[in-house]
Write a protein that binds this ligand. Sequence first.
Ligand code: HAM
Length: 417
Amino acid sequence: MKYRKLKGVQDILPPDISVWQFIEEKAGNIFRSYGYREIRLPIMESTDVFTRSIGETSDIVEKEMYTFQDKGNRSITLRPEGTAPFVRAYVENHLYNEPAPQKYYYMGPMFRYERPQANRYRQFYQIGAEAMGIDDPKLDAEIISMLSSILEAIGLKELNFEITSIGCKECRPDYIKALKDFLEDKLIDLCSDCGRRFKTNPLRVLDCKVPGCVKARKGSPPMVDYLCKDCGDHFEQLNNNLKKLNVQHTINPSLVRGLDYYTKTAFEVSSENLGSQSAVAAGGRYDGMVKEFGGPATPGIGFAIGMERIIPLINDSLKTTDGPELLICPLGEEAAEESLIIAEQLRAKGHWVEVNYDNTSIRSQLRKANRIGAKNVIVLGDDELENRKVALKNMTDKTEQIVALASDELLKILKTD
Ligand code: HAM
């Protein structure tokens, strides 16, 4: 084998693709019912779109970005996530001038140079949503409820919704001080990255997966105990609204996110049926990001679902191997030309019609009809052409009926199938 796909990427082929399309369709319908409109953004951006917003000391920026110099010597990065590019586009296109809330969704590939393992890829797909311009916790509750509706509509069960608040720039400094005080005498147990993070961005220590760091931070103070009045009220109202909307959730004060841009609400949805990479979706508020990107102060909140995380949880019965409604099997050149015309006429009416191009025996053509899952077959030979009549064979119940060799006659039968 001369060429192989890169490590950590996937070819998504039929019939698996039918599951992807099912999810995308369900999600799209629910997004639209909540007023979210689709956006399609570039897959690559200037590297600085990500560095400051996600955080210079985050794992993503420190180790996981696909960054390269282009031929004009610009530093370009394949997007590791969708929120920073979205905010770039929101500011660049002055979307803040439209009435709030502005609500958008996207679906597409993201790239992170992570160690590949089950359900963790280097190119992975997210379905994301972002809502801009409203800081009312009712919007937080609504967006989490929408996420819950999407996951429910695609049939996922036994999910854990965990919520926390990570405060704002008013209350976080107090918390960081408390955290540093706690970690001070445990510095020796932290990994070298966390030793550095302790000075530059101590919150990142909470996100480190190295067992020594996990142990060292056990018993560290939770952010929710340090929230200012505004953040505390916001969090309380969010919880109340989630209860009113019947979204089952738990408060997890030690929930940390791998991205630095979050303020106030942060949440994660996980499944016990996924092993170590258990997060199926995650998100939160990012009220300071638009300003940081040069726009007017505008609050925002969003989430992203990881496609590769939800696919393994979905019933395999959704994988459909569809076949054409009609396969035309011509015998001879004249019949092949006539087949081409009839097929075009039926396709113009929206039917999936195939013409068999290998001019082989009837037997082998019928064998092929079975292999491709054709629902109906007609064999077109000299007699059929002369009499302008053809036997339409239903491959499911094996019945046959004689019909006129004309697209409108065939159409009537395909329609009643
Ligand atoms: P995130 O937590 O980095 O958040 O990613 C969201 C989801 O993407 C994860 O919960 C997981 O399901 C999936 N995911 C992440 N990395 C991988 C990977 N290597 N392989 C497979 N799936 C993966 C964000 O990306 C934020 N932009 C979400 C957001 C939107 N926050 C506000 N708006």
